[in-house]
Ligand binder design. Structure first.
Ligand SMILES: O=C(O)CC[C@@H](O)C(=O)O
Ligand SMILES: [Zn+2]
Length: 463
């Protein structure tokens, strides 16, 4: 905890009332959506300008105060948790879209712009911001960049990284850098912009981002297919991908669907019950594309890969089919899930998933395992649900044991222990399963260059 003299100094750097110290604010701004770490920040500060962010970082260097950035706080890896008396820098008052360029198709965003706000802005301009996920209504652009957020359209549009034309960052020394200046072509050495994307605020803070926009998709249409077995999902993906460009290819198990159905507010896709489901989406821009999708569906049924299916015929049906997938995370959050966000190459998904499934089932037959995720990207969300009668600490303890075995399998498949949720504090101790010692040493050396005093989100990614 920092003392009152330091708090007074901090207050002098921002507008009156823009440092909060009350218990509710410390609790709310000191954490993200993870629940493993208790929030314990010293103060929350709300800068309004880049100059104020620089002043805060310079002060933190002088006083050796640790800073934690805070956006929409929807993170799932405790990268935005202040558990050790840090000062939280919240970007709520830097939430404007500052400029739009119709020829470059870019929007200049302050870090606190909410993802849905940018999506809406793009729509009003007849364009599209394609990075999308269930928490788009709360998550902020600065946080999306910090975690290189992925989501449900990665198969077509890639991660946040692909949509950042330029960045202004305040480094750990308080220096302002303008990175890439929104250029498409720029072959002038290291692309420092990319280094800051996915850095979880450990090198500096994003204070402005020029985001690229795309043409709006035409007549988005979704299909939900029921698969006979897991091994059928990949041939289905392959069959569709060889005929049409998909904008999504998601997957969920019968257990995940059952949880969403139990809410009672989402229509079932069809009557048949299947062990696995795929949700795919494409632009039915012409009749030929729609026909190709239907023909492919029939082919998949003939092959015995698909048992049943439905295709959206309206915007409302499209939304309803997406709810089957998008509501899963929120719905299971009430069952105290232990989360993993793992990836392998797409072709390896079926054997990989089966191995992990068998492992957890063998050692912990009482645990309910809910599989879902972005299978078209090789990214699976493994959620293990706490049995109702089990003590929470005991449950997390057992999961920690399983975790090591799960990550041994991930490492054997050359996979990632965090596909899209980041490392933060929850996966920090497991980084070695995905990154070599040499890589981690280089990463630490890079951090030391941008943040010599170790004040920028310390303890995240690595210790
Ligand atoms: O809750 C999860 O495990 C995943 C959350 C999110 O990445 C999703 O794909 O729905
Ligand atoms: Zn996801």
């Amino acid at each position: 905890m920092i003392d009152s003299v330091l708090i007074d100094e901090l207050k002098s750097l921002v507008e009156p009332g823009k440092v909060l110290l009350d218990a509710d604010s410390l609790n709310a701004y000191g954490k993200d959506w993870t629940k493993q770490f208790a929030p314990a920040p010293s103060a929350i500060v709300f800068p309004k300008t880049i100059g104020e962010v620089q002043a805060i970082v310079r002060w933190a260097n002088e006083r050796r105060v640790a800073l934690v950035p805070s956006g929409g706080r929807t993170g799932l890896s405790a990268a935005a948790v202040a558990a050790n008396g840090e000062v939280v820098v919240a970007f709520d008052y830097m939430s404007q879209i500052l400029a739009f360029n119709e020829f470059d198709r870019t929007a200049v965003c302050q870090p606190g712009v909410v993802t849905a706000q940018l999506q809406q802005f793009a729509e009003e301009k007849g364009l599209y911001y394609p990075v999308d996920f269930a928490s788009a209504g709360s998550s902020q652009i600065g946080g999306n960049i910090g975690t290189n957020a992925g989501g449900i359209k990665v198969i077509r549009y890639g991660m946040t990284r692909n949509w950042v034309a330029g960045l202004k960052v305040v480094t750990g020394t308080g220096e302002l850098l303008e990175l890439n200046k929104d250029l498409i072509k720029n072959a002038t050495g290291y692309d420092l912009r990319q280094l800051f994307i996915g850095a979880e605020g450990t090198l500096g803070f994003v204070v402005e981002a020029t985001m690229r926009l795309d043409r709006a998709p035409q007549n988005l249409t979704a299909m939900v297919l029921g698969a006979a077995e897991l091994d059928a999902i990949m041939p289905v993906l392959h069959a569709f991908q060889s005929r049409i460009d998909l904008t999504a290819f998601e997957f969920f198990s019968d257990k995940a669907l059952a949880k969403v159905m139990a809410r009672g507010d989402v229509p079932a896709p069809f009557e048949s019950e299947c062990p696995y489901y795929a949700l795919l989406e494409f632009e039915a821009s012409t009749e030929e594309v729609a026909n190709a999708a239907l023909e492919t569906f029939e082919h998949c049924v003939e092959q015995g890969w698909v048992l049943d299916g439905v295709m959206s015929q309206s915007e409302q049906q499209l939304q309803n089919l997406w709810k089957l997938r998008e509501y899963i995370s929120e719905t299971i959050s009430h069952f105290t899930p232990y989360k993993n966000d793992i990836s392998v190459t797409v072709s390896q998904v079926p054997p990989f998933l089966k191995e992990i499934d068998a492992l957890v089932a063998e050692h912990y037959p009482d645990f309910e395992i809910v599989w879902f995720g972005h299978i078209g990207d090789g990214n699976l969300h493994l959620n293990i649900l706490k049995p109702a009668e089990m003590d929470t600490a005991e449950f997390f303890g057992k999961c920690a044991t399983v975790n090591k075995w799960v990550f041994e399998i991930v490492a054997r498949y050359n996979g990632s222990i965090s596909a899209e949720h980041g490392v933060g504090m929850t996966k920090r101790d497991y980084l070695g399963y995905s990154r070599s010692d040499a890589e981690i040493a280089y990463m630490k050396a890079i951090k030391a260059v941008f943040d010599p005093n170790g004040i920028m989100n310390p303890g995240k990614i690595f210790v």
